[in-house]
Design a protein around this ligand. Structure first.
Ligand code: UDP
Length: 238
């Protein structure tokens, strides 16, 4: 069995990663596939926490550009991340992985409140902790929530699972000359405005030296490869 490179990780999935081919909402087959990928690495002893976006259901910025109050729209976005978190909890538990959902917005009937030390204890016990409701604040994104939670629980790396196999010089779907970066610095990401994470999230990782690996989560076995340190995707570090 390959050796683990990382023991405690935070996996960030965009809401769209759960939508599969349908492009909206949650596709059962897709979420089950991801749950099985997670199961495989947890079985190897990796302590894994998860942040899932909400873009497959609702995005605050998009709604506010059509006239909705931004803060209200963002709260709706945060609730969308809770829907995804509960769906992922269900999918993981169906394949036999113990989980806890912790919400940044109090909703004690559906999830635990976010308590850092409790989250760490769950991880130590081998449970997957799903952090829902983003940071609990409007004007932020789930990328920032992922960076913040990763730092708080002492994750060694953020694994940003996307539909693309890394960061490119241009959109590889639109530009045939687009080249993939194997490695980038935080400053390069910020200066070039590369689509890794938003600037707030990237700066937070830079200030605290937390590496980010952008990889394709839709390919079978990739979560395992990335925790074993195989050079797939693009790594962003100092
Ligand atoms: N959101 C927020 N504060 C947070 C995290 C998320 O207000 O700390 C809202 C925001 O409206 C965002 C939505 O939740 O558009 C969904 O999150 P995001 O767009 O990051 O999801 P993704 O693009 O990863 O699917």
């Amino acid at each position: 069995m390959s050796k683990l490179r990382y023991k405690r990780v935070l996996l960030k999935l965009s809401g769209e990663a759960l939508a599969g081919e349908q492009g909206y909402g949650i596709e059962p087959k897709t979420i089950t596939t991801i749950a099985n990928e997670i199961k495989e690495v947890v079985a190897c002893g990796v302590q894994l926490s998860l942040v899932i976006g909400g873009g497959n259901i609702f995005r605050g910025l998009a709604a506010s550009s059509k006239g909705m109050d931004r803060a209200s729209a963002d709260y709706m976005g945060m609730l969308a991340t809770m829907i995804n978190s509960l769906a992922m909890q269900d999918a993981l538990e169906k394949v036999g992985v113990d989980t806890r959902v912790q919400s940044a917005i109090a909703m004690q009937e559906v999830a635990e409140p976010y308590i850092r030390r409790r989250a760490i204890r769950h991880l130590e016990k081998g449970r997957v902790v799903i952090f829902g409701a983003g940071t609990g604040n409007p004007y932020f994104t789930t990328d920032t929530a992922a960076s913040l939670r990763a730092m708080e629980v002492g994750a060694e790396v953020i694994l940003k699972g996307t539909k693309v196999d890394g960061v490119y010089t241009a959109d590889p779907k639109k530009d045939v000359n687009a080249v993939k970066f194997a490695q980038l610095t935080y400053i390069e990401v910020l200066k070039k405005g590369l689509q890794v994470m938003d600037a707030t999230a990237t700066s937070l990782c830079m200030d605290n030296n937390l590496p980010i690996i952008v990889f394709d989560v839709t390919t079978d076995g990739n979560v395992k490869k990335v925790v074993c340190g195989e050079p797939i995707g693009t790594i962003v570090k100092g």
